[in-house]
Design a protein around this ligand. Structure first.
Ligand code: AMP
Length: 282
């Protein structure tokens, strides 16, 4: 496995591969790998001739007063994992190499970057969309794999890839969970033991809602009441950022589930802001 730190060098290699008909798969990440990341790498490895894993804590997707400087990092461990999973290139851009000082071009998908994470992180998806577009242009991959943990992000990336005619197929990787249901996240490292124990109830609450749905409840406000009642009892350290039921493709909120909806949540637990989502499909 080659470690590449220069975007220009990465582009050179990938243009050559593309000309030779070699199919690239990319897994963009911010590092501190867990099973969720590793599973995306396995999916890409299986589909593509060459696997590129990128590791870049993208400053433009963090707001002021967010955890950019505290974001957990383990480059050595990550490199070992990527190598073990068959990566051909681990791309760790040198600081400053991804954005020129006078960088002024942004990719935005405002229709999908509304509500949910955008409500508390208004510039987040502009940063994500821009960096993902840059990575896809640099590497011109056949496949790019993103996790379903970040449902809104995945919808935005699918849309920008289509709208900008990028020559890449976006593949969903399933949301990987801890045994107790907590969605794996690099940010779980911020949790104290007590917070970690309670954090499993983010998902347990959603599943209580899913049970009510299975029993016939279709009214979203009633389903939210069930979820919030569970959280109130079992997750006193949690503070809801949002709890929404959305159309899985348009990300628009729904009030009654007539076909399929996705329950999407963000909950603050201690220093961490944790995401989860779950299908409520008829
Ligand atoms: P991150 O390093 O958190 O920016 O995530 C990099 C990629 O891994 C994104 O496509 C995420 O959606 C995905 N990812 C993170 N956590 C999980 C998880 N628990 N299950 C599946 N994919 C995940």
């Amino acid at each position: 496995m080659q470690i590449v730190t220069s975007p220009v060098e990465l582009q050179k290699i990938c243009l050559k591969w593309r000309c030779e008909g070699i199919k690239v798969g990319i897994v963009p990440t911010m590092g501190y790998f867990h099973e969720g990341h590793k599973n995306l790498m396995r999916i890409a490895r299986e589909k593509a001739d060459k696997l590129i894993v990128s590791l870049f804590v993208n400053p433009t997707q963090f707001g002021e007063n967010e955890d950019l400087d505290a974001y957990p990092s383990n480059h050595e461990g990550d490199a070992a994992d990527a190598k073990a999973l068959g990566a051909d290139i681990l791309f760790i851009p040198e600081p400053g190499s991804m954005y020129a000082d006078d960088h002024a071009t942004w990719v935005e998908v405002p229709q999908l970057a509304q509500g949910l994470c955008s409500a508390t992180r208004p510039t987040h998806f502009r940063g994500v969309s821009t960096v993902v577009t840059k990575l896809l242009i640099l590497t011109l991959p056949e496949y790019a794999v993103f996790g379903e943990k970040d449902w809104q992000q995945l919808a935005i990336i699918r849309r920008l890839t289509r709208d900008l005619n990028l020559p890449t197929t976006i593949i969903n990787g399933p949301l990987i969970r801890e045994k107790d249901g907590l969605a794996m996240s690099s940010r779980n490292a911020y949790l104290t033991q007590e917070e970690r124990e309670q954090a499993s109830h983010i998902n347990a609450g959603i599943r209580a809602g899913a049970e009510a749905f299975e029993a016939g409840e279709r009214n979203v406000e009633k389903l939210k009441d069930v979820i919030r009642a569970h959280w109130k009892q079992h997750l006193p350290l949690g503070k809801e950022d949002y709890l929404e039921f959305i159309d899985p493709d348009s990300i628009e909120p729904v009030s009654t589930i007539t076909d399929k909806a996705r329950c999407a949540v963000a909950v603050y637990v201690g220093k961490a802001r944790l995401l989860d989502n779950w299908p409520f499909y008829l």
